[in-house]
Design a protein around this ligand. Structure first.
Ligand code: THU
Length: 133
């Protein structure tokens, strides 16, 4: 499953996105790629700022690209960081992904060679905030 062509393509898109990171302060480039319900792939990278809290992560960059592309559902998302073997989305990103995902949405944690670990959103963000029970 980790080696399925579509999964590998999503990894490659995330790796490509990482090349667009603007991370001069942390020197920690991150890339993310989403496959949405329209079958298209949307990419994003982290974009930092001299005023440090103003920067943002790769995942919301990809979410923004997806929304502006007209899609609203994250079917699967791949994340890669240059300097970390597996880069689990940070807490804030988990909530942002959850906004457009389901409990079953797959999150692929990648290294330079491909997808190394698959998790669901339910595993990454259990007992999450919901206004309807
Ligand atoms: N970063 C991401 O892009 N995604 C995450 O899920 C974790 C952290 C970025 C933010 C910052 O630009 C750099 O990694 C170091 O924290």
């Amino acid at each position: 499953m980790l080696n399925e062509p579509t999964t590998h393509a999503l990894f490659e898109a995330a790796r490509e996105a990482m090349g667009f990171a603007h991370a001069p302060y942390s020197k920690f480039p991150v890339g993310a790629a989403i496959r949405a319900e329209d079958g298209k792939v949307y990419k994003g990278a982290n974009i930092e700022n001299l005023s440090f809290p103003q920067g943002w992560c790769a995942e919301p960059s990809a979410i923004s690209a997806m929304v502006m592309g007209g899609a609203r559902q994250i079917k699967e998302i791949a994340v890669i960081a240059e300097k970390l073997a597996l880069c689990p989305p940070c807490g804030g990103c988990r909530q942002k992904i959850a906004e457009f995902a389901s409990a079953e949405t797959k999150v692929y944690l990648c290294d330079e060679s491909g997808v190394q670990k698959v998790m669901t959103m339910d595993e990454l963000l259990p007992f999450s905030f919901k206004t309807e029970l």
